[in-house]
Design a protein around this ligand. Sequence first.
Ligand code: 5AD
Ligand code: SF4
Length: 437
Amino acid sequence: MKDLNTFYIRTYGCQMNELDSEILITQLKARNLAQVETETEADIILLNTCSIRDLAEKKVLGKLYEYKKDKKDKIIGICGCMAMSQKETLLKKFPHLDFLIGTNNLLDITKVLDDFLSKNTQMKKLDIDYEKELENFYATRDNKIKASIAIIRGCNNHCSYCIVPQTRGKEVSRDSKSIINEAKYLANLGYKEITLLGQNVNSYGLDKPDQNYLFPDLLYDLNKIDNIDRIRFMTSHPKDITKDLMYAIRDLDKLCEFVHFPVQSGSNKVLKEMRRSYSAEEYLEKVNLLKSITPNATIGTDIIVGFPNETDEDFEKTYKLFELIEYDTAFIFAYSPRQKTYAARKFEDNISNEIKQKRLQKLLKLFHSILEKKYKALIGSKKEVLVESLNKDGIYLKGRTREFEKVIFKGDKSLIGKLQIVEITGFSYQTLKGKVI
Ligand code: 5AD
Ligand code: SF4
């Protein structure tokens, strides 16, 4: 085997996976491996994978077939959710795949690599339990302005369609001191925004009842850290969004006014079969409470269309609820059966792709008309933007408002990393345009 000098990593899926990749990269760099931008240059190829929908898995399988044809002497590893959901099946199916690293074994990457090098046989590390050593591990991030911090990993919910409990195990909250120390460390490095991550951040602390320290407590403590301008969190289960959290959004100056409040469906029949544990009415009541406590907060959602047995009437209920709430961000997905989930075992995937796509497009159209109305009303208003970078076009600066709207405007690069008041002058699609005032 030739000397190992370089690695390439590609990340699929959610923000937690992005953070997990940063953790992997930090260790590989500490082992004197250099990160490269293309597979061709790399001695090691890592795919940090997602299993949430069939399409996410297909992209990775496509890559594995590609590498099968032309592996050369590269080492290939699969990390993340697909390693957990497919396990040995992947190793059997792809004999040229060298190792698997699960979502709870991020800190084993160099050991697995060394074991593979010494034994030259397929390796795997796929624990379902939380990796304790991760408590105090700080990743090095590429972005110097915003950083994610994991506060809770795993998921104890039983949404019938979802594979995440299988791929990430039970909920384990990270020690609050460790989170606060990492946030202070990032503040000292000059970071301006932190995003608290978890499959369900609102459950933070519930697994350690003796400590009597829950998500709002953490938010109040983090809000005291000097130099951090903004705190965000992602993602929430509606059943766990409490009044205390709403008061925290109202009262904490750094906590941004945006709540991801994923409804999934507006039909009680579908919600029940999804095992979401709330009705559309209960959900709406909570949204109304949020709107009354924090009138300026924006609200985001995730929606699944084409869940088994979803009728036109069920879909209409989702449509009506969407229209009523007027979401500010929305991720709309076609149902995709996931192996070993309750829904995949119990129900036939009996809504055709054509109908799923029709429903998806109909909701997207509604979403865009809502945004158009909202963004038109914002013209002339002033917004505080945290300037993140140069926009892709290389002309504008790009940033986000506290309410998570994307804004581009012309300005000097020295504004990057700073808070800037911008007057909204127009918009195109999901991007607001503005000018410095
Ligand atoms: N099919 C389609 N979408 C899904 N999601 C989760 N599981 C599935 C599935 N089996 C969506 C949900 C969730 C988001 C992260 O992905 O809307 O909130
Ligand atoms: Fe994908 Fe869910 Fe795993 Fe994130 S936690 S990578 S969304 S399957």
